[in-house]
Design a protein around this ligand. Structure first.
Ligand SMILES: Cc1ncc(COP(=O)(O)O)c(C=O)c1O
Length: 455
């Protein structure tokens, strides 16, 4: 088979400043060994996140010029609403400035002390927004998700038995059921159409709505097309529509599968919930036809939604990550398999078995990748998930380092460079040390905590 090439030409470029090892060591110390504190100009390959980092297309930049900045009733809003509803036909589409704003609005209405919100795995901002209301966020992903070598096709699925049990035992505390597609915090693994439908059926039998966190809906649909029996001859667009057909609403970060640099939305069918959400939106985000965004952002999202379901793009997108995953596996670097949709997740706990979880092997590996190659990756493990609301600390289920691929930004030689840096780090893995946290906030600590390497 021929190489699956980047299905686009590059029209605008952005130079990369190539730093030295010495420079990077100084920068790391100044940043408290937290890669979120490093200036992007000092990064060679930025794999911190795929969120908001997409290269926009010529069509999207054209749409930006078309953007209308009317306070109320902008045509940009209606183009945005039409594009969303073409894929996810919810009755109410409420724009927000990004995904977490949609979450904050939703949980300010349905959350609160004593409430329990189940999901396959809540992403950190979702968990943070739930816990900020005093509610409890519960992860019920299938057991296979915790085994990085299990090659199951849908390791993002929710465990239906555990969901049923929770609803039977504590149903009165559950205002809604969530599903994250793909399951970012669980390795970017997809959720099958069958699992989405079964989750909706269980939720509805208990009188609960199903809300999908749809950030990476197109990548999830591509996996359904490639892996779920009976789906292979259907278009991604049809699969997307089916994914949302049995749900009652969604939260969305348009910074992922809408190719936008900013934006999001909350969509629901329930009129009362929508009215409450819009009232809240006016307080915190803005009028319901712009919701914290400029009209031009809404147009960029609308154009991005047309492009994201392109199957040539999705084939290339998923292949990029597989390519890196295959090369890392050949080097003996343990990764979560199968490779997820938006990122390669490296199993830092297994890569650095001499560093215990509470000394943050993921952070140690992420720091080493920056030090040796200027690569910025993201710890998704005990730093991100280990701090409990009562201030105590536990090891996360896994200590991963996420190499998140920005959409349409890097080429195959950038990918080869990433692999070469891994090779160098792998050669000195025994010398890598754990980290300790010297300051941290009580919530979402990974963004601002400061670290020191242990001697
Ligand atoms: C699964 C998931 N949900 C929600 C969010 C939050 O979206 P945003 O960053 O736009 O607030 C993210 C962001 O990474 C995510 O991956």
């Amino acid at each position: 088979m021929k190489t699956i090439i980047e299905p686009f030409r590059i029209k605008v470029v952005e130079p990369i400043r190539l730093t030295t090892l010495e420079e990077r060591r100084t920068l790391l110390a100044a940043a408290g060994y937290n890669l979120f504190a490093i200036h992007a100009d000092d990064v060679i390959i930025d794999l911190l996140t795929d969120s908001g980092t997409s290269a926009m297309s010529a069509e999207q930049w054209g749409a930006v010029m078309r953007g209308d900045e009317s306070y109320a009733g902008s045509p940009s809003f209606y183009r945005f609403e039409t594009a969303v509803r073409e894929l996810m036909p919810f009755r109410h589409v409420i724009p927000t400035h990004q995904g977490r704003a949609a979450e904050a609005i939703l949980f300010s209405i349905v959350g609160g002390p004593g409430k329990v919100i189940p999901s396959n795995t809540h992403f950190d901002t979702t968990r943070g927004n739930i816990e900020a209301t005093g509610a409890e966020a519960v992860d019920l992903v299938v057991a296979a998700a915790h085994d990085p070598d299990d090659l199951g096709p849908f390791k993002g699925n929710i465990d239906l038995d555990r969901l049923e049990k929770l609803l039977v035992e504590q149903g009165e505390r559950v205002p809604l059921v969530m599903l994250t597609v793909t399951n970012n915090a669980g390795g970017g693994q997809p959720v099958s159409l069958a699992n989405i439908r079964a989750t909706a059926a269980i939720a509805h039998r208990h009188g609960k709505p199903l809300i999908i966190d749809g950030c990476r809906f197109a990548e999830n649909a591509w996996f359904i097309k490639c892996r779920e029996p009976g789906q292979e001859s259907r278009s991604v667009k049809d699969i997307v529509r089916d994914m949302f057909a049995s749900a009652d609403g969604m939260t969305m970060s348009a910074k992922k599968d809408a190719f936008a640099n900013i934006g999001g939305w909350l969509a629901v069918n329930d009129d009362t919930l929508a009215a409450a959400a819009r009232n809240r939106l006016i307080l915190t985000e803005g009028f319901p036809t712009y919701g914290g965004l400029a009209g031009r952002d809404l147009d960029a999202i609308a154009a991005g939604l047309h492009e994201i379901v392109d199957e040539q793009y999705l084939r290339y997108r998923v292949r990029t990550n597989e390519y890196i995953g295959e090369k890392l596996t050949a080097l003996g670097v343990p990764i979560v398999r199968p490779v997820g949709g938006h990122a390669v997740f490296v199993d830092a706990r297994r890569f650095l078995p001499h560093i215990p979880p509470l000394q943050y092997p993921g952070q140690s590996l992420a720091v080493a990748l920056y030090e040796h190659g200027g690569i910025r990756a993201c710890e998704i493990g005990t730093v991100m998930f280990g701090l409990r609301p009562d201030g105590t600390e536990v090891a996360a289920e896994m200590d991963l380092v996420r190499l998140a691929m920005p959409r349409r930004v890097y080429t195959q030689s950038h990918a080869d460079y990433v692999v070469e840096v891994f090779e160098e780090v792998a050669q000195r893995r025994d010398q890598l040390r754990g980290m300790k946290i010297v300051s941290q906030p009580r919530q979402l600590r990974h963004f601002t905590a400061r670290f020191e390497p242990l001697s």
